[in-house]
Design a protein around this ligand. Structure first.
Ligand code: M6R
Length: 610
């Protein structure tokens, strides 16, 4: 949700900055812009639309600057257009800023500044901050001080980088609630929203904390709090490589990430699964082992796809470990004054580790004294750092806006947690070993599901003109139905609803006619016969049936219009196996409809505003 990048060093800043924007474009693609200092003057270029459009107006040959800032926008305040694009400048035109977040008191500040004679060109909250910093600079003649004074008066969230021709060899970066990483190279520094913009130049980074700023010059950088207390930062290492953030021959990141799943699932188990002991070693949770053992209830909170993984987790933990679980939308959790008991444990799930609603839920749960544990992908992210302990899912960078490999890795880790808790409680060695053996076989089974891609592609061709879809599943396949519907909506813009299959007759059945494709997750489990009855009910009303079924199930082939088979497995693992054909179905539908798969309209990868 907005990508920001600032550079100071020896290279041509415009090239490093545009490269950074391209790497972070998944964070927003409504507009893009850049400011550099040429001949002691600030030069700003910005354009509505994708980074490629900005690239078409930036003439690298004519630019020599080795310092600058750049931004790719996901619009909050003001339409996506050239004027609202970042960077924004103060009234003197000597200070330029890029911002990710929302300045909540911008309106009051704007009125005050307008009364003082300052003017505004855009509808954005960010321009108000730029003008405010400029107004304070007029009083104090010191950029760092002006930024600090402004930031102590604004409310809301920000990751910002400030550039000024008044002090042309300095960048000031600061954050509250929005991520900011500073990359440390050889006589060069890059401040960015995430490490993907940095990894090409250096692996050494520091993660700024909330209410912290970095003052970066050509000779080094210092960090301090916004209230001006020096801070000491540990230098950390970026754990992924540049090829992990490239398409590597795939047409889209989403397809690459779908195909990575056999590896990412294996990586999420690596070093954790103790097959012989029918158990799991989770180093990240060892400090809270006793707390987990005595947990009376587990609450899992998350948003979007991660929330769907949480619903699968509820099923797994309750079935395997017999601990009661509640799942909450993180966006609701904070505002409903949740009741937390002293023996409750709260898990939060987030791919990015930066989702504002989820981060707010972490803070609320901590404020109420709960033990809060993270299940996060992005190493060093805010949620990973703010939780008491946690587990990384090790899915590697996920660039496609529609989450795929993170979802299956989240479920894999939830499965490990269920087994870990189960073995602490009453799960027998034999049952633990059986589950561990199935987990070991899972990557190969995922591999075989991916071999059905051609069949799924032809189903997508046949149904790409459909206006609506229903996705139905029961038990732990219900969250899979929700996730399948979300994937279709997100990238193909076809309306889709996920429902528990048996709920269909309580309302959605009214929608069914010969034009309604219904995707059933109908794997062989305890409620298979019930799902078959639901399929018959749709068939009786001439609905078109696409079934995800277990290999060897010949009965379903006689009822459904199309069957996509997945390997047999213990029912705990069908959510992973069944979600993969649904990812491919959404992908091929979007391709048929010529939609932008990796950057669907209105969405951004990491939602860092509430
Ligand atoms: O990074 P997070 O897992 O916290 O993100 C949560 C949701 O914003 C995310 O899953 C979103 O729903 C995706 N676009 C799903 O594909």
């Amino acid at each position: 949700m907005c990508g920001i990048v600032g550079y100071i060093g020896k290279r041509k800043a415009s090239e490093v900055l545009l490269n950074g924007l391209n790497r972070m474009e998944y964070r927003g693609y409504d507009s893009a812009g850049i400011s550099v200092i040429e001949d002691s003057k600030l030069i700003t270029m910005k354009k509505k639309g994708k980074v490629s459009l900005l690239e078409s107006i930036v003439d690298h040959k004519s630019l020599t600057s080795t310092i600058g800032i750049a931004h790719t926008r996901w619009a909050t305040h003001g339409y996506p257009n050239d004027v609202n694009a970042h960077p924004h400048s103060d009234n003197s035109g000597n200070i330029s800023i890029i911002h990710n977040g929302i300045i909540e008191n911008y309106y009051a500040l704007k009125i005050k500044l307008t009364e003082e004679g300052y003017t505004f060109k855009s509808e954005t909250d960010t321009e108000v901050l730029a003008v405010f910093i400029g107004a304070l600079y007029e009083q104090v003649n010191d950029l760092e001080r002006a930024v600090r004074m402004a930031l102590s008066e604004v409310s809301g969230t920000f990751g910002i980088v400030v550039l000024s021709s008044h002090e042309p060899d300095k960048l000031i970066a600061a954050r509250r609630g929005s991520p900011l990483v500073v990359g440390i190279g050889k006589s060069e520094y890059i401040a960015a929203s995430d490490a993907t913009a940095i990894v090409q130049y250096t692996n050494s980074v520091v993660y700024l904390s909330d209410n912290e700023m970095a003052i970066i010059t050509r000779d080094g950088f210092t960090t301090k709090t916004i209230s001006n207390r020096k801070t000491i930062k540990a230098i950390q290492e970026i754990k992924f490589s540049i090829d992990q953030i490239e398409k590597s021959g795939f047409e889209h990141f989403m397809l690459k990430e779908i195909y990575e799943q056999p590896h990412t699932i294996r990586d999420s188990f690596r070093g954790r699964l103790l097959s012989e002991k029918g158990n799991v070693k989770l180093g990240g949770l060892s400090s809270v082992k006793d707390k987990l053992r005595s947990a009376g209830r587990i609450i899992i909170t998350a948003c979007g796809t991660s929330w769907h993984a949480a619903l699968v987790g509820e099923y797994l933990i309750e079935q395997i470990a017999q601990v009661p679980v509640e799942v909450e939308y993180a966006s609701e959790f904070r505002y409903r004054n949740p009741i937390l008991n002293p023996d409750d444990v709260v898990f939060v799930i987030s791919q990015s580790g930066e989702t504002a609603d989820t981060l707010a839920a972490v803070q609320e749960a901590k404020r109420k004294g709960a033990t809060v544990l993270g299940i996060v992908n992005v190493v060093g992210s805010s949620i990973a750092r703010e939780t008491d302990a946690g587990i990384y899912i090790h899915a590697g960078p996920e660039i496609g806006v529609a989450s795929t490999k993170a979802f299956t890795a989240q479920i894999s880790v939830l499965m490990l947690i269920a087994l870990y808790l189960g073995r602490m409680k009453n799960l027998s060695l034999a049952d633990g070993r059986k589950i561990a053996a199935e987990l070991n076989e899972l990557p190969a089974k995922v591999e075989s599901v991916l071999q059905n891609a051609e069949g799924i592609k032809s189903i997508a061709k046949e149904y790409s003109t459909a206006k609506n879809f229903l996705y139905l599943g029961r038990g732990n396949n219900f969250p899979v139905a929700l996730e399948g519907a979300l994937k279709l909506k997100e990238i193909s813009y076809i309306h889709a609803e996920g429902y528990p299959a048996a709920e269909m007759k309580h309302g959605p059945i009214a929608l069914i006619d010969e034009n309604m494709p219904v995707v059933f997750i109908a794997t062989k489990d305890d409620i298979y016969d019930k799902v078959i009855s639901n399929i018959e009910e749709v068939k009786a009303r001439k609905g078109k049936i696409i079934a995800i079924a277990t290999e060897g199930d010949s009965r379903i082939g006689r009822i459904a219009d199309h069957v996509i088979y997945i390997p047999d497995s213990i029912s705990f693992l069908t959510p992973i196996l069944a979600s993969i054909p649904l990812q491919l179905l959404a992908y091929y539908m979007a391709l048929e409809l010529e939609c932008n798969v990796d950057q669907p309209r209105n969405l951004a990868k990491s939602v860092t505003v509430e």
